[in-house]
Design a protein around this ligand. Structure first.
Ligand code: PMP
Length: 439
């Protein structure tokens, strides 16, 4: 495995000052993290000089990879003028116009600083608009850290009863039990469950919160019937649809929803739209967005935030998104196709118990023969977890950083030869493991 002498030294300094040695639970450590020195295009270089092909891209954020020159230039020019003001700047209008132009469901937008905040304000907006407290969401999907958005995460990995109705429970010890009263879970792609639940809960539910391809729940395609049923039943009961595209907006020029025939009332965004700086956004139909403010009345839902729409994120985001032309989306689409097809052909050649899910510039390898259709099928037992850890280690030896239990993502500076390296490394892993009789 790549040497980690300097990272080890840094981690021993970090241990006393951070709980668990890190400042975010999601930092990957096996057994310690790689401390980054700098990033360069599709690669990052750690403090020990290891150069790694980055398939994490800060959890899918860096669609242009690291140190994208137009963003570096625009952000450093901007910083000479000051980095945040209580006044608005022209830069927020520029990014808003781009999102309104590109994304059909976004007529108006509000900026915040993270995906968590975007989802929180989208839920609050749906509540304010409908006057109802409840939300319906998909079991196993991740939407950030707002209590109502995360209730229900703690599912027993050994549960396999597909007939049972999933029940929301507060995500963490000490969270008010009442949170769960207003969170209702459904299974991804469970058409009957969706219909029954929405019919039974009508009048109590403000919105359905749905990521069109929830990454943590398996990065699985929604079925057309599921999307159609969601749209018609939600409309029938005046329930709003919030498409959480914080991660999946990178699936296309117009985002993810149009790709799957979903027409949301509100859309949340984050990650790629900040060009590598902190950002979140909630956008949607003008009629619903009115809860945040009108020219005349006091808003139903005043939303602020000291750093919201800070000009650095606005400018970086605008420049990064402008560079996401149709051509660049096509480039990522082709790379994504190449990696998924390549991995799948290695799997069928070796008849190994693996499968691949994902779309566009995203993919996930599962240690399972059958492609999962929803969260519980995607859950991994301890043995499968160990296999994935071994795979990540194997890819590291090839100089590839594969995120564990999350979507792998591609970036515009990647080329066919980067993709072929990923496939060759995976192929080698399957050969080694077939030889060991373990895969
Ligand atoms: N929603 C989705 C779908 C996400 O993937 C994430 C982050 N991975 C969030 C919300 C939360 O975003 P942030 O980490 O910026 O708070």
């Amino acid at each position: 495995l790549p040497a980690r002498t300097k990272s080890t030294r840094l981690f021993s300094r970090a241990m006393p000052v951070f709980p668990g040695g890190v400042t975010r639970a999601t930092v990957e450590k096996d057994p310690i993290p790689f401390y980054v020195a700098y990033g360069e295009g599709a690669y990052l270089v750690d403090v020990d000089g290891n150069r790694l092909l980055d398939l994490n891209n800060n959890f899918t954020t860096l669609i242009h990879g690291h140190g994208f020159e137009p963003v570096r230039q625009a952000a450093s020019d901007l910083m000479r003028m000051g980095t945040c003001f209580a006044n608005p700047t022209q830069h927020e209008i520029g990014l808003a116009e781009l999102l309104v132009d590109r994304i059909p469901a976004i007529e108006q937008v509000r900026f915040v600083n993270s995906g968590t905040e975007a989802v929180m304000f989208a839920i609050k907006a749906a509540r304010a608009f409908t006057g109802r407290p409840g939300i319906v969401r998909i079991e196993g999907a991740y939407h950030g850290a707002y209590d109502w958005a995360e209730a229900g995460q703690a599912v027993d990995p050994n549960l396999s009863d597909r007939a049972a109705i999933p029940r929301a429970i507060p995500a963490y010890h000490g969270t008010p039990a009442s949170v769960a009263d207003d969170v209702h879970l459904i299974r991804f792609n469970d058409v009957n469950g969706l219909e029954q639940r929405l019919d039974a809960l009508r009048g109590r539910v403000a919105c359905v919160l749905i990521d069109p391809m929830p990454s943590r729940a398996g990065l699985i395609h929604p079925t057309a019937t599921f999307v159609e049923t969601l749209s018609s039943v939600a409309r029938k009961h005046g329930i709003l649809i919030i498409a959480d595209e914080v991660l999946n907006l990178r699936q296309g020029y117009a985002g993810a929803s149009p790709r799957y025939g979903l027409t949301p009332d509100l859309v949340t965004a984050g990650k790629i739209i900040g060009g590598g700086f902190p950002i979140g956004a909630v956008g949607g139909r003008e009629e619903v967005m009115r809860v945040f403010g009108t020219q005349v009345n006091k808003p139903l839902l005043p939303q602020g935030g000291t750093f919201s729409a800070n000009p650095v994120s606005m400018v970086a985001g605008r420049v990064a998104m402008e560079a996401m032309t149709h051509e660049n989306f096509n480039h990522l689409e082709a790379l994504g196709e190449r990696v998924r097809v390549g991995l799948e052909s290695s799997i069928s050649r070796t008849d190994a118990p693996f499968c691949v899910t994902g779309a566009s510039s995203l993919f996930r390898i599962h240690p399972k023969r059958l492609a999962p259709t929803e969260y519980r099928e995607a859950l991994q037992n301890d043995a499968q977890d160990r296999v994935m850890k071994e795979l990540a280690r194997h890819l590291l030896q090839w100089g590839i950083l594969l995120p564990h239990g999350a979507a792998a993502s591609l970036s515009t500076p990647m080329t066919n030869s980067d993709i072929d390296l990923i496939v060759a490394a995976f192929d080698d892993f399957l050969n080694v493991h077939a030889a060991n009789g373990r895969a």
